[in-house]
Ligand binder design. Structure first.
Ligand SMILES: *[C@@H]1O[C@H](CO)[C@@H](O)[C@H](O)[C@H]1NC(C)=O
Ligand SMILES: *[C@@H]1O[C@H](CO)[C@@H](O)[C@H](O)[C@H]1NC(C)=O
Ligand SMILES: *[C@@H]1O[C@H](CO)[C@@H](O)[C@H](O)[C@H]1NC(C)=O
Length: 464
């Protein structure tokens, strides 16, 4: 029935490019009140059903007047890592209690929720992540550029269903690989907006991101590869012995040559996979052999990687509980929720990570979107120096200012760290003691970033 309608619609209006944003494609699965002891919080769960797959979201409404302040869309990295860590490790109103029950009633009030300042929409992106799924006759995207089109379709439907967000600030907040997928999304939304305007197409809702908030962003394979070798092999504490490090270093020239070809001349799945074979080490080396927890080098070695975060096991228990499935209203098409979903393998098999997505941000920044990147200084998975490297090379109106700005060390009431170009629309913050997931250990910091993002500026740790 649904398919028939779609085919008919496609036949009748073949010239409507992008999605036909019929509200029927959004399904609300549950509207809930979340109260863990510090007041009521409205949460709306649902799917946006697209041709290629079905994206799950939870909208945590801002508290009181904060629901009028803007929308922060959060997804995770991987690609394929579920967005549902963020709302339950401090960004939402209720969080997992360390040592407590992994149940909805075992949640406790988060001390620094984003929902004090605005609306938080967690989305399992791309298809094949967390609660997002595809059926056997849907073929989901396996590259960031295609997946960005899905995201744009998703966003159109959300903006149509919740027209108040058309007028409120819109923030895209991502972690890790979200630097790559998020760059594609920002670029796709912008170019589709431009195309719709040029054609005078009125069915599209024109909406721009006010700010990108990228946590420990992987957005440039080359910078990350240099950064990885430096952090793992060239500074103390070293992750590996001399045998592994010299072998790794000897392979760098071949790897970087292949990457340069992919960056500068042509790209294809085969070329990217060939580059990946030279550039990415085995799981045993990457995760088995390091002397410490690569997500935070101050912490002890952990392997497999789900043992690297205390909340990973309770989150998995919580998500797979019958109570939570009912609470979210998720589909029976998914038998098991995994923190790392099927999208991870699909994207890996297409060599999606062998690219320099940061370059897509040039027109986005030129169009007025702000970028605030932040990075835990103890992370060795997507190290701070790799992020600094691409930020110093991304053409944009503030590049000269950024390049000539000094790295300033500071310590304020909330945290200590470094900042480059504080308060400007293009800045980078380093967070001492933090690792890959700053939200986990420094929720007060990410809350400030969100607060100021919604107020129309990049958080300035020297002032606020
Ligand atoms: C989703 O799509 C993938 C790739 O096209 C396919 O292998 C998989 O079986 C599909 N998932 C389901 C649940 O049908
Ligand atoms: C990061 O770069 C700075 C400046 O070039 C350097 O002093 C530092 O050792 C680097 N850190 C790592 C972990 O590579
Ligand atoms: C270096 O580390 C690897 C992985 O832990 C180990 O297999 C190898 O024996 C070590 N080599 C030396 C010379 O210690």
């Amino acid at each position: 029935m649904v398919n028939l309608v779609k085919i008919l619609a496609a036949t009748v209006v073949p010239f409507l490019f992008t999605v036909s944003t019929t509200a029927s494609r959004l399904e609300i699965t549950a509207t809930r009140n979340l109260n863990c002891g510090a007041g009521d919080n409205k949460v709306t769960n649902g799917y946006v059903h697209l041709d290629q797959g079905n994206l799950f979201f939870s909208l945590f409404e801002g508290k009181g007047q904060a629901k009028n302040n803007g929308l922060v869309i959060q997804f995770e990295g991987g690609p394929g890592a579920s967005a549902f860590d963020y709302p339950f490790i401090g960004a939402g109103p209720c969080q997992l209690t360390q040592g407590g029950d992994a149940t909805i009633s075992g949640l406790s009030p988060a001390p620094h929720p984003w929902t004090n300042y605005g609306n938080l929409l967690a989305v399992d992106f791309p298809v094949g992540t967390g609660w997002s799924y595809n059926t056997s006759n849907q073929s989901p995207a396996s590259t960031s550029d295609k997946a960005a089109e899905d995201f744009d379709d998703f966003l159109q439907i959300i903006l149509q269903k919740y027209p108040q967000f058309q007028k409120q600030p819109l923030i895209l907040s991502t972690l890790s690989y979200g630097g790559t997928t998020g760059s594609h999304i920002a670029s796709t939304v912008l170019s589709r907006n431009k195309a719709a305007k040029a054609k005078g197409q009125s069915s599209r809702i024109i909406k721009y991101f006010d700010q990108l908030l990228f946590g420990n962003p992987f957005a440039d394979a080359m910078g990350d590869i240099y950064g990885n070798w430096d952090t793992l092999c060239n500074v103390e504490p070293r992750a590996y012995n001399e045998t592994i490090c010299s072998h790794w270093r000897d392979g760098l020239t071949t790897c970087l040559d292949k990457l340069r070809y992919v960056y500068d001349v042509e790209t294809s799945k085969d070329l990217r996979i060939d580059a990946r074979q030279s550039c990415v080490k085995s799981v045993d080396i990457l995760w088995g052999a390091p002397a410490f927890n690569r997500y935070n080098r101050k912490e002890p070695h952990c392997y497999p990687t789900n043992l690297c975060f205390w909340w990973n096991a309770p989150l998995t228990t919580l998500m797979n509980s019958k109570d939570m499935r009912d609470w979210l209203g998720v589909t029976n098409d998914i038998t098991q929720w995994w923190y790392a979903g099927a999208a991870m393998v699909r994207f890996a098999n297409s060599g999606d990570n062998m690219q320099n997505a940061y370059k897509l941000l040039q027109p986005v920044l030129e169009s007025g979107t702000r970028l605030l990147a932040y990075s835990g200084l103890e992370d060795t998975v997507v190290p701070y120096n790799g992020t600094l490297s691409w930020m110093k090379r991304l053409p944009n109106p503030l590049l000269a200012e950024f390049r000539s700005a000094e790295t300033q060390g500071f310590s304020n009431d909330i945290f200590a760290g470094t900042v480059i170009n504080p308060g400007s629309a293009y800045s980078l913050i380093g967070i001492s003691e933090a690792g890959h997931i700053v939200q986990q250990t420094h929720a007060a910091v990410t809350q400030q970033m969100v607060k100021y993002a919604l107020q129309g500026k990049n958080y300035n740790p020297l002032k606020n």
